[in-house]
Ligand binder design. Sequence first.
Ligand SMILES: CC(C)(COP(=O)(O)OP(=O)(O)OC[C@H]1O[C@@H](n2cnc3c(N)ncnc32)[C@H](O)[C@@H]1OP(=O)(O)O)[C@@H](O)C(=O)NCCC(=O)NCCS
Length: 175
Amino acid sequence: MTDDPHPAPSIRAATRADIDPIAVIEALSFYSIDEIFTPKQIARLIRSPNAIVLVAASPGSILGWGAVLHKRTRRGVTGRIYSIAIHPDARGQRLGDALARELIRQLREHAATRIYLEVRTDNEAAIRLYKSLGFTVARTLSDYYAQDIHAYSMRMDMLPISDEDSVSVSVTRAT
Ligand SMILES: CC(C)(COP(=O)(O)OP(=O)(O)OC[C@H]1O[C@@H](n2cnc3c(N)ncnc32)[C@H](O)[C@@H]1OP(=O)(O)O)[C@@H](O)C(=O)NCCC(=O)NCCS
C-alpha cells in the first residue's frame, strides 16, 4: 500500500513552532491591527493553562488555527472563543467547522456549559458558521472594534456532558 499523497489535514494542539504561521494567517484574516493577534500574544496563549490552542495542519503547512479560553466562575465553567481563522487559500473546505467543533469538544471536556464569542456584525461567513454550531446572538455591542465597527456577542449553552449522557439513556429507554 502506498502513502496517500494528499493526506487530510489534521487538527492538533499548537506548539511554539506554529507561532509564525499562525501570525501570518491572523494578518491575512483580519482588517484592523487591534483584531490581529501578535506573535507574542499567540505565544502567551499557547503557554496559558487556561487556553486551548489548536491548528489545522497538513504536512509542512499550517492551514488554520483557533484559540479558546476557559474560566471557572461561580456559575460554572465558561468558554470564550478568541479566534478562529483559516488561511484564505484553504477556506471553504470545512476546516473552520472542524476546528470550531474540536475547540467546543475540548471546552466541554473542561466542563464548560456556556461559550461566548464576539464577531463583527458584517462577518457573514463567521456568523453563519457559529449559528450552524448552535450559537445565537445575545446582543449587539456598538463600536466594539472601533467607531462604527460593531460586534455581536454570541452565546451557546450546553448541557454538562454527564447530564447529556443521562438524557440520552432515558431517551433510549423510552423508545
Ligand atoms: C469564518 C472562517 C473561519 C470559516 O472557515 P472555513 O473553513 O472557510 O469555513 P467552512 O468551510 O468550515 O464552512 C463552515 C460553514 O461556515 C459558513 N461559511 C463559511 N464560509 C462562508 C462564506 N464565504 N459565506 C457564508 N458562509 C460561510 C457556512 O455556514 C459553512 O457551512 P456550509 O458550507 O454548510 O454552508 C473563515 O472564513 C475565516 O478564516 N475568516 C476570516 C477570519 C474570521 O473572520 N474568523 C472568525 C472571527 S470571529
